[in-house]
Structure formats: C-alpha cells, structure tokens
Design a protein. Structure first.
Length: 195
C-alpha cells in the first residue's frame, strides 16, 4: 500500500506535463509516455506499472474518463485525427493493448513500416470490463457495460451490455433490458430463444 503513495507523488509531478491529470489519480512506474500534453486523465484513474501510453502526433489524443482502473503492462497508442477514449468506471486487467492505428500493407514489395498508417475511431464505453491479454484493434467501438473475455482480439462495433469473447471476438451474450436477464445470443448479438 505504501508504494501507492509514491505513485501519487509521481502523479503530482506528472500533473505539470499532461493535458489533464485529475485528483486522486496515479500511475505506477511507466515504461514510456509519449506526447504528455495530448493525454487527458480524469479523476481517480489508477494505472499500474509497466504502462506504455503513446500519442503519435499533435492531431490525436487519449482520454481516460473518471474512475478507471488499469492493470499492469497496458499498451495504448493513438494517432491521426482521432481521439481514443476510455469511458468512466471501466476496468482493464493486465497486458491489454488498445489502438486506433493500423498498418497499411497494400504495396506488396514495400516494407510495412514504410507504408502509410490508417486510423479509425476506437472507443471503450463506460463501465466496461476488459479481460487479461485483450487486444482492441483500430475501429473498435464498445458500448457501455461490455465485458471482453481474456485474450480476445476485438475489432468492430458492439452494442451496450455485450459479452464478447474469442479470436476474432464475437458477442455470446447480452443483457436483455425487457426481461432484466443476461441472455445468450448469436454472433451478431441477436437473442437466441432458449427452450
């Protein structure tokens, strides 16, 4: 518990550099933070050690809303004219990767790192749970209160109250607001009538 006091003190120093750094937030010793002024951290954001938080240019940003808890070894990167946003009250397990950047690989005889990057809106809704080892790819939009199972590779748009698992990730369950129960779905999120 005493180590968190050092993290809070580090946070007070970081407050001078970030675009925003909210009250009661802390960051364990990071691996790398790139482009501080384009990173906005809300109130009570807790980021455990080993984070790599990168904003690739001056046009993009990363926004952590309030009351977010992030396990160790997060890697998050934003680029282009895109804001990558993490909704309030969200929890990340360890070893999660989130991006709004893809490598273009259209030119067959050209090294992939020499080809232009592509950018797509990536957003995680409020009150989501992101399991251990999840990869959230560019162009992913999670609605509120989504649950993403461990080691899922996620790309696409997913509605509120979805349980998402697998490689590639698919919806397996959603909360039915009419019956007030979690119900099984097909891979597109349509409820399955159970016998």
């Amino acid at each position: 518990m005493i180590f968190k006091i050092f993290w809070i003190l580090r946070g007070l120093l970081y407050k001078l550099f970030f675009g925003r750094y909210g009250f009661l937030s802390y960051i364990g010793k990071p691996v790398y933070i790139g482009n501080f002024k384009r990173i906005f951290i809300g109130t009570r954001v807790r980021i455990f050690p080993g984070a790599r938080i990168e904003v690739a240019d001056q046009r993009s940003s990363i926004v952590f809303e309030d009351n977010i808890s992030i396990g160790q070894s997060l890697h998050i990167i934003s680029g282009g004219e895109q804001e990558l946003r993490i909704g309030k009250n969200t929890t990340f397990s360890a070893n999660v990767f989130v991006t709004n950047i893809d490598h273009n690989y259209n030119e067959i005889n050209k090294h992939i790192l020499e080809q232009p990057l592509e950018h797509a809106k990536t957003q995680i809704g409020e009150n989501c749970f992101i399991g251990y080892g999840v990869v959230i790819q560019a162009g992913t939009v999670l609605g509120k209160q989504c649950i993403v199972g461990a080691n899922a590779v996620v790309r696409g748009h997913f509605p509120d109250y979805s349980v998402i698992v697998g490689i590639p990730a698919k919806i397996v369950k959603r909360y039915d607001i009419d019956t007030l129960q979690w119900r099984k779905t097909d891979s597109k999120g349509n409820f399955i009538n159970e016998v």
